[in-house]
Design a protein. Structure first.
Length: 62
């Protein structure tokens, strides 16, 4: 498993326990990043890094 795949898996696990409305929005974002990884792994990794930074900075989410 690649580093990007592990990070995506971990991000999905971090989002799973959140309230449904928040979780659905964040999972859609993660799915878009996952789809992008099929075409451009570098860009997907950068987007995931930004997603995780935002996720950890949001007090009611991360």
């Amino acid at each position: 498993m690649t580093l990007l795949a592990r990070q995506l898996r971990d991000a999905h696990r971090a989002v799973a326990p959140l309230p449904p409305e928040t979780r659905q929005r964040l999972i859609r974002h993660l799915l878009a990043i996952t789809d992008l990884a099929k075409r451009d792994a570098g860009l997907a990794a950068r987007r995931l890094e930004t997603f995780l930074a935002d996720f950890q900075e949001t007090p009611d989410v991360g």
